[in-house]
Design a protein around this ligand. Structure first.
Ligand SMILES: Cc1ncc(C[n+]2csc(CCOP(=O)(O)OP(=O)(O)O)c2C)c(N)n1
Ligand SMILES: [Mg+2]
Length: 329
């Protein structure tokens, strides 16, 4: 937790934008199960509800031309990076107006114009891609950075360790963010990882590792901001473990019975959204009416996204043959 003094360094406008972004993600994600059960979406669906403070805190700590790359629980992350909810909902509906033209779906959101580089279904598979992006930044002598987000389960994969080694060796400007939500599908961290303190896993690569409260948007923002600054200065990667919780099952087909009601209740009380709105009001950054106005606006934006997705056309069958291979330019 940051002290109140450090927290107040952010302008009220930015604080309210953080709140707005978290509410949009929650409204968006919570609209999905019903639409999925109505058959409007196909394939997998992994929701981000509960983890909003991580994505939003991190996204606010970078610039528009910095990169973000993620696993399959990424609707919230691409929204935090600035995607329009219409395009994200249309992608879930498999419509041509989606960010991946309806061919990616839930796990493969992509928008290079936003520097959101996916959306990957192989656990840990995108971590080396983040190192590649970081290497390209060094090669171009640019001062951009990469945020690479993955789950706790990914830190048990060999590829995580190979990537961390190369990242440290080449001092790439990458901030690795582990969203530790306590589980990889139904397996608790303690049953899958030899160490519970996942933030220590980078010590073998002499990369600074730290943990942060992933239910506190400002704590995440502050940790990522410092790591980004370090990366831009050429001091190399940082690894952050954000402790968080997913309020829903692993995917839409998971009732999540392996978690006790007591555990869920404890984390529900730590919900990043009402806790942040209470803090905003308490600090005089917003009135209750303003919070309610934002909540209503974001609900409306999600309704509009659903309407847009419903009314958008399916991709043409010919589209099956496009984007299969990329021609060398
Ligand atoms: C290489 C690989 N192994 C197994 C799977 C199956 N699988 C899909 S999600 C998942 C759990 C990953 O958990 P975590 O990294 O903690 O992410 P979370 O779902 O909690 O966000 C597994 C094992 C996969 N997709 N890829
Ligand atoms: Mg997990």
């Amino acid at each position: 937790m940051k002290s109140k003094t450090e927290r107040s360094l952010l302008e009220p406008r930015e604080l309210l934008q953080m709140y707005r972004d978290m509410v949009l993600i929650r409204e968006f994600e919570e609209a999905c199960p019903k639409l999925y059960s109505q058959g409007k979406m196909g394939g997998f669906l992994h929701l981000y509800s509960g983890q909003e403070a991580v994505g939003v805190g991190a996204a606010h700590a970078i610039h528009a031309d910095d990169y973000m790359i993620a696993a399959y629980r990424e609707h919230g992350l691409i929204l935090a990076k600035g995607a329009h909810p219409n395009e994200i909902m249309a992608e879930l509906f498999g419509k041509v107006t989606g960010c991946s033209r309806g061919k990616g779906g839930s796990m493969h959101m992509f928008d290079p114009s936003l520097r959101f580089m996916g959306g990957y279904g192989i656990v840990g598979g995108h971590i080396p891609l983040a190192v590649g992006l970081g290497y390209s930044i060094l090669y171009r002598e640019s001062d951009e950075v990469v945020l690479c987000l993955f789950g706790d389960g990914a830190t048990n994969q060999g590829v995580f360790h190979e990537a961390m080694n190369m990242a440290a060796l080449y001092r790439v400007p990458v901030v690795f963010i582990c969203e530790n939500n306590g589980y990889g599908i139904g397996t608790a961290v303690t049953r899958a990882s030899s160490m519970e303190a996942l933030y220590k896993k980078s010590c073998a690569y002499e990369t600074p590792g730290m943990k942060v409260d992933g239910m506190d948007v400002l704590a995440v923002y502050e940790a990522v901001r410092k790591a980004v600054q370090r990366a831009r200065e050429g001091s190399g990667p940082t690894y952050i473990e954000a402790l968080t919780y997913r309020f829903r099952g692993h995917s839409i087909s998971d009732p999540g019975t392996y978690r006790s009601e007591q555990e869920k209740k404890i984390w529900r009380e730590r919900d990043p959204i009402p806790n942040f709105s209470a803090w905003l009001i308490d600090q005089g950054h917003a009135g209750r009416d303003e919070i309610e106005r934002i909540d209503a606006e974001q609900k409306k934006a999600v309704h509009e996204a659903i309407r847009f997705a419903e009314e958008s056309p399916e991709p043409d069958p010919e589209e099956l043959w496009t984007d299969v291979y990329v021609e060398r330019q």
